[in-house]
Design a protein around this ligand. Structure first.
Ligand code: ADP
Ligand code: MG
Length: 246
């Protein structure tokens, strides 16, 4: 968040990443460079390994081989809490018995942040997301769109170096999806933090991304700007997936 960080460290380097679950190979030799501040969309059909890749970056899943560096530092040995990464899920994952304010505060309290700092971060996140009116409500008193904003707020207050979004809009209706998409883009503009956004929706990928990573069956097919992929798809899969006429 602009008010907290002097120097951003959201560079991400994935080198020769492989992941299998038992005998099933899920990711094959993934190499990827994401620069600080980029908005990168991972796109690909269901089951191609998008969520697994995000979970590996977040530290929620081990790799079988390969390395991950953030801000030039190898984070392989760091727990999820030690990586300065915040993840937003499709299912919101809010605590139902806590107020919105408490949902936002909870992670910071566990990390032993001072009360003043917690309050300042909640105030800032609530302003950015326009959720001030709901701070004392419970999640079940909110609409789906409002809940997803709270989930994003919970990521913001952690002041991460990298945001990960795993199909965050899938549970929202079409109109709300378009609106929330625009809000996330605006947030990125305001915060200038690295964001990785997973979707299987080509339109989302084309409209939101600085850079798109096309995945297929655990491999990176192509990386490029929306225009590059649209004008010069490497193969029929990319062309077909992103909908260019070829
Ligand atoms: P996506 O998010 O692109 O839909 P996933 O990363 O969820 O894909 O899954 C990729 C593949 O890995 C799928 O074949 C899925 O069944 C498998 N997979 C994911 N998580 C596990 C797990 N914990 N155990 C075994 N297989 C898994
Ligand atoms: Mg997934």
């Amino acid at each position: 968040m602009v008010i907290y960080r002097e120097q951003a460290m959201g560079d991400l380097r994935l080198k020769n990443l492989n992941k299998s679950f038992g005998a099933v190979d899920v990711l094959h030799d993934v190499n990827l460079q994401i620069d600080n501040g980029e908005f990168v969309v991972f796109v690909g059909p269901s089951g191609c390994g998008k969520s697994t890749l995000l979970r590996i970056i977040a530290g929620l899943e081990d790799v079988t081989s390969g390395s991950i560096a953030i801000g030039g530092r190898d984070v392989g040995a760091l727990s999820p809490a030690e990586r300065k990464i915040a993840m937003v899920f499709q299912s919101y994952a809010l605590y139902p018995h806590m107020s919105v304010r408490k949902n936002l505060a909870f992670g910071l309290e566990n990390l032993k942040f001072k009360r003043d700092e917690i309050d300042a971060r909640i105030t800032e996140a609530a302003r950015m997301l326009a959720i001030e009116p709901y701070l004392d409500r419970r999640p079940k008193q909110l609409s789906g769109g409002q809940r997803q904003r709270v989930a994003i707020g919970r990521a913001i207050v952690r002041d991460p170096e990298i945001f990960l979004f795993d199909e965050p809009l899938s549970n929202l209706d079409a109109a709300l999806r378009v609106q929330t998409r625009a809000e996330i883009t605006k947030l990125h503009r305001e915060m200038q933090t690295t964001m990785i956004y997973v979707t299987h929706d080509q339109v989302e990928a084309m409209t939101m991304a600085d850079k798109i990573v096309v995945l297929r069956a655990g491999r990176i097919e192509q990386v490029g700007t929306p225009l590059e992929l649209f004008d010069h798809p490497r193969n029929l899969f990319v062309a077909g997936f992103l909908g260019s006429p070829r």
